[in-house]
Ligand binder design. Sequence first.
Ligand code: FAD
Length: 464
Amino acid sequence: MYDLVVIGAGPGGYEAALEAAKLGMKTAVVENREVGGTCLNRGCVPAKALLHAAELYRNVQNGERFGIISTDVACDYEKINFYKEEASKTLREGIEHLLKANKVDLIRGTGIIVGSGKIKVTRDKKTEDIDAEKILIAAGSKPASLPIPGIDIPDIMTSDDMFRMEQIPKKLVIIGGGVIGVEFAMVFSSFGTKVTIAEAEKSILPGMDSDISKNLKILLKKRGVEIHTDTFVQKIEKKDQGFLCSYLEKSKKGDKTGEIETPYLLLAAGRTPNTDGLFNEGVTPETKRGRILVNQEFETSLPGVYAIGDVTGGTMLAHVASAQGVCAVELMNKKEPSIDLAVVPSCVYTDPEIACVGITEQEAKEKGIDAFSGKALTHSNCKSVITKEERGFAKIVIDRETDYVIGAQIMCARATDMIGEMGTAIANHMTVKQLMRAMRAHPTYNELIGEALKISAEAQVDRN
Ligand code: FAD
């Protein structure tokens, strides 16, 4: 009898299991694929490995700006794939080691919840019954589809399939200009693929600060990516050499229809919770549009059955799943949650990188908060000038009444590493004045944050 059985060994599941073991719970994790879940095997890690290889390739090709002349630069995609797989493998082995070291049993197979405290694990037609005082579902998500005629044609790819590609495509059409779509656009445009993005919303990266979407659109276009926003793919047909997509592009000047032919088509329309085969008939917890509903303590409508991460919908990010996993286990053990789940950094690993945390100035206004922002541009940041970075900025949003930092949007090299400082500031209700007390090393991209804080402080003084 276990104290806790976790279903799914992704970042939510394995972090929860490790935390439970540390708190003295006899714990097991059930996993039917590779340890590490989507993140390590079909998400964050392989995507960032491809992005890293793509950035290196671009930098070597453009080295002349720095006096580095390289001829015959080529990329060997088989070797890039090998490097990507190695990165996932190393991290996977690390997690398996951690689970073992913390005495968490790793049970290979598919977990089915038979009732509160009862799980059936099936593997190779064998079944094992497991009892647990508590069950935590961390079954993740899967690529979402769209109601487009022809969307079920085999060979239309999802992000899962992209990681299995054996060669660099000559042409790629991506339906969806969200984070996954733009990251793949960045990778393959760098490797020489002619990439087209079709996005139904008014901008790529919808939901992000408009300065970010606008700047990224300009940069991607400069790299040869064709971007159609306000564009609805209406039909997909199979062609000998691939697919024919018919679309409607809306514009103030008048709507127009068009067709794009492509050998490779990626559907990057977000993700949907994965509850396939998780529950025996009659023991399904309450769900809403596929996501498992939970209360403040992550408990589902089935007593003793909890859920965290992508399977609960919400912000589908690895660190959110991990943080929820840790907090859920803390709450099970009557402890205060140690992480502020409301402060969520979100990052896009394009070049330059994009990172946001807290709220935008626009969102603050919509919430009735009297907010203002300070924005510093990279063209006056020493490190950005040295490394010839492209257009970028750091914007910090401040609550005028309290002087608290309530949001930050950064677009520059290493933005994804810089955003941590802003998350710390927001989670701990730090003021601009407090943040300005810390020196920032020179020359660093981080000085951009210092500059944006200075601009904010001056704006506050001017107003007063
Ligand atoms: P998952 O990681 O999906 O893990 C769930 C696990 O449960 C899986 O291993 C699955 O096989 C297993 N499972 C499911 N059902 C059962 C069952 N019945 N029995 C046994 N096992 C089961 N997030 C970021 O934060 N940063 C990024 O840069 C980032 N990049 C991404 C890039 C791509 C291309 C994609 C697709 C996603 C990316 N994400 C990123 C999102 C991130 O991968 C997910 O948010 C994260 O993996 C969710 O963690 P999880 O633990 O909830 O689920």
